[in-house]
Design a protein around this ligand. Structure first.
Ligand SMILES: *Cc1c(COP(=O)(O)O)cnc(C)c1O
Length: 347
């Protein structure tokens, strides 16, 4: 698989580290858990969208755009990173924000919303949940065209075949590191949302003849919907790369950790975020990686992996969203830890 024919901007300064989580692995009594730190990357605060944007922004520039338009939820990491890439390229960025949970848009909210303003967003259009985001973005593009500006539209999550190449590249990077570090990975666990990450990894392993099962932990859709989405996007990515289709039944989507819905908290997410912070000093996020890690812990408890297996967790970033959820964690500690009040005592 040769990615060199594709134009690419560079926002990563090299490979992101793979770390062995000794304390967590010991606590679980095996398997050995490793983490691919895609939360540590170029552009503001890192995260998986950075890899997709390397290819998408190169295309936007090749097409002579001066503005990028993209969309996401009220605390979208993808919107923050697209905006950040636009700033770096001297382009304007307009966001279309979907209020997926009614009443959840607060113009003065913390987290990514604060960063939209700090990074100098050129406009935010807020639309109700269920809006056709493609149409909403085309409407914005038309308005901007009337003002003499040429826009490039990036789909939600940067998840089209071109964006997914970022994770096909990441799959190659993981295989190189696995060889360098003399560690074979028996499985990979990641969050599966708009799907570019999951699909890109599938295409990338497939293109390198690496038979590493990927467990996608759904954060939004029921497993049947997500499986269909991942199959379709993986196929499109394989087509772009001139690869044969992936074998049937390669796509694994698990919807047991979504809870009441996208971005809505679950007990197991809060526990996973708390556990990783306190055992490894790693910050997860409430919307994606917290639920994905809850999924990994659940699979370990269900003995899906042999005790001597090496399991790689892909940390896709998102920690800025944590700061929009602080009351949830204070409440959890008040309920579960008597020591919490004591620890916080002011002398
Ligand atoms: C967008 C996002 C994901 C999901 O990735 P997709 O490619 O959309 O499936 C996972 N983690 C974080 C932190 C994200 O922002």
């Amino acid at each position: 698989m040769d990615l060199s024919p594709f134009q690419r901007r560079r926002y990563l300064s090299g490979k992101t580290p793979i770390e062995h989580l000794f304390r967590l692995s010991a606590l679980l009594g095996g398997p050995q858990i490793y983490v691919k730190r895609d939360d540590i990357m170029g552009l503001s605060a890192g995260g998986n969208k950075t890899r997709k944007l390397e290819f998408l922004m190169a295309d936007a520039i090749a097409q002579g755009a001066d503005t990028v338009i993209t969309c996401g939820a009220v605390q979208s990491n993808h919107c923050r990173l697209t905006l950040s890439a636009a700033v770096k390229e001297g382009m304007r960025c307009h966001l279309v924000v979907e209020e997926r949970v009614k009443g959840s848009y607060d113009p003065h909210a913390s987290g990514n919303n604060f960063l939209f303003h700090l990074l100098g967003v050129s406009g935010i259009t807020v639309v109700p949940g269920g809006t056709d985001m493609k149409v909403a973005m085309e409407d914005v593009a038309r308005d901007l065209r009337h003002q003499g500006s040429k826009s490039y539209i990036i789909p939600g999550g940067g998840s089209n075949a071109l964006g997914s190449l970022g994770y096909a590249a990441c799959a190659q990077e993981i295989l190189e590191q696995s060889f360098d570090q003399n560690t074979h990975f028996d499985a990979l666990v990641c969050a599966s949302g708009s799907g570019g990450t999951h699909s890109g990894l599938l295409a990338g392993f497939h293109g390198n003849h690496a038979d590493i099962p990927i467990y996608g932990i759904d954060v939004k859709n029921p497993a049947s919907t997500q499986t269909e989405l991942i199959n379709k996007l993986t196929q499109e990515t394989c087509d772009l790369l001139d690869l044969p289709p992936i074998p049937a039944d390669t796509v694994r989507c698990n919807d047991e950790y979504v809870g009441p819905g996208y971005s809505l908290p679950t007990e197991s997410m809060v526990e996973a975020v708390d556990l990783l912070a306190k055992t490894e000093g790693i910050l997860l996020d409430p919307v994606y990686t917290g639920k994905a890690m809850a999924g990994l812990l659940g699979l370990v408890r269900q003995s899906v992996f042999p005790k001597n297996a090496n399991v790689l967790f892909l940390h896709t970033g998102g920690s800025p969203a944590l700061y929009a959820y602080t009351p949830l964690f204070y409440e959890h500690w008040r309920e579960t830890e008597t020591a919490y009040e004591h620890r916080a005592q002011v002398m």
